[in-house]
Design a protein around this ligand. Structure first.
Ligand SMILES: Cc1ncc(COP(=O)(O)O)c(C=O)c1O
Length: 383
């Protein structure tokens, strides 16, 4: 049987990983500045995470959501403590798209309304409503097309106010990334997030903070949206939550009432996923990874801003992007093929850095040195 060919692949096989490094099947070491697409929060194969999963596996891996699973409450308690959203409620699922799908559905149930506001360059996942709220027509199948989603320009306060003035009574939710990831590392301005809060309050809509990529401590705060100093009604989470173990979830404000059967899933919140997610939060707490991400991110950004050949360095914490001008085409490929460094990208010309929150200063320097060399290779035509 062939694999369904949907991914453009690097011709590489990774079969071992530790911390910020991965090794291919020939034993070649790579620095992972991509974090396996922002997923690796505490570092690859962190010993506490590995031990917790192994111990849980020996006890029980899965039973359905028809019984009490105390690990879910333990996870909720820790999440409340670390995020500061102690009075929120937790619903667990398996991925980022599923988290947003449930968030949007819940907003519609709660308000009895159908319209959703989303923004230019947004990415919210590939399930039905999540993809309809994603600003990329090429991944929206005809069956996902809907008139329920209104796209507005990102960070445009006048357009948002205008839309609420015209359609406020129909709006169930506004869904927004704190820092757009796939869109190219574009931060939402705090003023824009605060306006979303006040407009939602005025018209009875819900503010959904898509924190799938920018959440879980990556930006130096638990949620990137926290920079606006207002609460959203729903936070969606996934990538960093399991450090590679598939798990997602939504944090739901106390004013939103649950009803039996309203949301549900077979696998969400299973024993093994909870054990992985608890281990992640314990490590984030013990190793103070949120403040580490902030410090390391500031260092990286300052150093990057001083490098000639790249442009528009931006982001927060360890969610950083910069543009490569036409003269630097091929930089990402060169970093991988000659310097053994994984980075992320966003079309057309953005390099994205999304490493583990435990990236050391030495590893940051290793990346910066390689980047400078790769740039001079291209400038001197020696690549
Ligand atoms: C902001 C954001 N939301 C949602 C998703 C979808 O997550 P998943 O791929 O786990 O479904 C992604 C994935 O890249 C994302 O970046």
């Amino acid at each position: 049987m062939k694999l369904f060919d949907v991914y453009p692949l690097n011709n590489l096989t990774i079969d071992r990983a530790q911390g910020a490094y991965v090794w291919d099947n020939n034993g070649v070491q790579y620095l992972d500045m991509y974090g396996g697409h922002a997923v690796i929060s505490i570092g690859h194969t962190h010993p506490h995470w590995v031990t917790s999963i192994k111990k849980q596996l020996d006890k029980i891996a899965f039973y359905s959501n028809s019984i009490v699973i105390p690990l879910q409450q333990q996870l909720a308690n820790l999440l409340g403590e670390l995020s500061g959203k102690t009075d929120f409620q937790l619903f667990l699922c398996n991925s980022g798209a599923e988290a947003n799908e449930n968030a949007l559905k819940l907003a519609s149930f709660h308000t009895g309304r159908k319209k959703v506001i989303a923004f230019s360059k947004s990415f919210h996942g590939r399930t039905s409503l999540a993809v309809a709220a994603t600003d990329n027509p090429s991944i929206i199948a005809p069956v996902n097309e809907t008139s329920h989603v209104i796209f507005l320009p990102f960070n445009d306060e006048a357009a948002l106010t205008d839309c609420f003035n015209n359609h406020g009574q129909d709006i169930a939710a506004v869904i927004v990334e704190g820092i757009q990831g796939v869109g190219g590392i574009i931060p939402a301005s705090p003023a824009f997030l605060r306006l979303i809060r006040t407009q939602c309050d005025q018209y009875g809509a819900l503010y959904i903070a898509d924190s799938v990529q920018c959440g879980y401590g990556r930006t130096g705060q638990f949620f990137a949206h926290d920079i606006a100093e207002v609460n959203a009604d729903i936070y969606s989470m996934a990538k960093g939550m399991g450090n590679g173990f598939p798990i997602g979830g939504i944090l739901i404000a106390p004013h939103i009432q649950a009803k039996h059967g309203m949301l549900g899933t077979t696998f969400g919140g299973n024993h093994l996923a909870c054990a992985a997610a608890i281990a992640v939060l314990e490590v984030i707490q013990q190793e103070q990874l949120i403040s580490m991400a902030k410090q390391r991110g500031m260092y990286l950004m300052n150093q990057l801003k001083a490098i000639d050949g790249i442009e528009n360095v931006r982001g927060r914490g360890l969610m950083i992007g910069f543009d490569t001008p036409d003269s630097m085409k091929g930089l990402k490929k060169l970093l991988l093929e000659k310097y053994n460094i994984f980075t992320g990208e966003a079309k057309p010309n953005v390099i994205r850095l999304l490493p583990s929150l435990a990236l050391s200063r030495k590893q940051a320097d290793e990346f910066l040195d390689a980047l400078k060399e790769a740039i001079s290779d291209i400038q001197n035509n020696t690549a």
